[in-house]
Ligand binder design. Structure first.
Ligand SMILES: Nc1nc2c(c(=O)[nH]1)N=C([C@H](O)[C@@H](O)CO)CN2
Length: 136
């Protein structure tokens, strides 16, 4: 059986069934972020974790990087955007990054966690987690 037939012969998840993901964990980027005066003058480290729904059976069958959701390409694009951003709220930045990933990569649905380590005394990190789906 050729690769394409083998891929088609594996049942795809239906409805809300579990799906494959490509993930990025602990992507650290220095950025201007925050609502206080001092935060407008210094860069702070932000940490991104992403889970992106993607059918990994096709690249698994071809062993071809061109068929993947390339986590390096996604990471590079996020770094490029975040490094030049300057929002007040982590909510705004998380939303913009989610929009970019859904618009520019073959991702149907994603979960994104944006952490701001050391922003609150006594907490290892604070931040937001969002889940977004590409508009039909
Ligand atoms: N939900 C949020 N709460 C807070 C934010 C934020 O972006 N979203 N930001 C701050 C300050 O910038 C803080 O990080 C400085 O320590 C406070 N609360």
């Amino acid at each position: 059986m050729d690769n394409a037939r083998r891929v088609r012969s594996i049942a795809a998840p239906q409805g809300n069934a579990a799906m494959d993901h490509v993930f990025i964990e602990g992507l650290e980027i220095e950025a201007l972020i925050g609502i206080y005066d001092w935060e407008r003058r210094v860069r702070q480290t932000l940490v991104f974790d992403l889970e992106m729904a993607f059918d990994n059976r096709v690249p698994a069958a071809s062993d071809d990087i061109a068929h993947t959701l390339d986590y390096k390409a996604v990471s590079t694009r996020i770094r490029e955007y975040v490094a030049q951003s300057g929002f007040g709220l982590v909510e705004t930045l998380a939303e913009r990054v989610a929009e970019i990933v859904l618009a520019e990569f073959p991702v149907q649905r994603l979960r994104l966690k944006l952490s701001k380590p050391g922003a609150v005394r006594g907490a290892r990190a604070v931040g937001v987690m969002i889940e977004r789906t590409r508009a039909a």
